[in-house]
Design a protein around this ligand. Sequence first.
Ligand SMILES: [Zn+2]
Length: 168
Amino acid sequence: MARRRKPMSLKKAQRLCRQISAEPADFSRIEAALASQWSTVPAPSDVFWTVANERLLRLAREEKWRELSTVYRMMAMTLYDEERPFDHVLKEAHNAQILEYKSISKTSYGAHYKGVRILSRGCCNECDRLNGQTYTFDQALIKMPLPHAECTRGWCNCSWETWISKGR
Ligand SMILES: [Zn+2]
């Protein structure tokens, strides 16, 4: 039974923009730019997606992986709420998370990181099978097993923790 999608309200679009740490001025700037480009007032969701994409490009350029991961995650969550496909976007959030850990591993703080480990957080029976699996950073980036394709929960809750060289 398909739930009828309600269009994103202005309030929600502005809240989402705050959650991805966009500047408040970005919303009105993008809104005005789209309005002049399209000769009509853009829907709040169009403004949000444009702000979010602009933010992604900037964070990727600046290699701010943790923030990039947060923005991708928020975008995926928004798609999920709207019952649209989101796995490809959530995958990018996981990717950026690995890049964050990988960059920390090159500093003295993270020199003992060997890679990453999956935490299924009791997501679902399928994901629980992956719990504790370890990957080097590059293996994880190439294979990217999250979100788990077989997840039965809807929104896959699995995440990563660093795998450290104590062999625990
Ligand atoms: Zn799952």
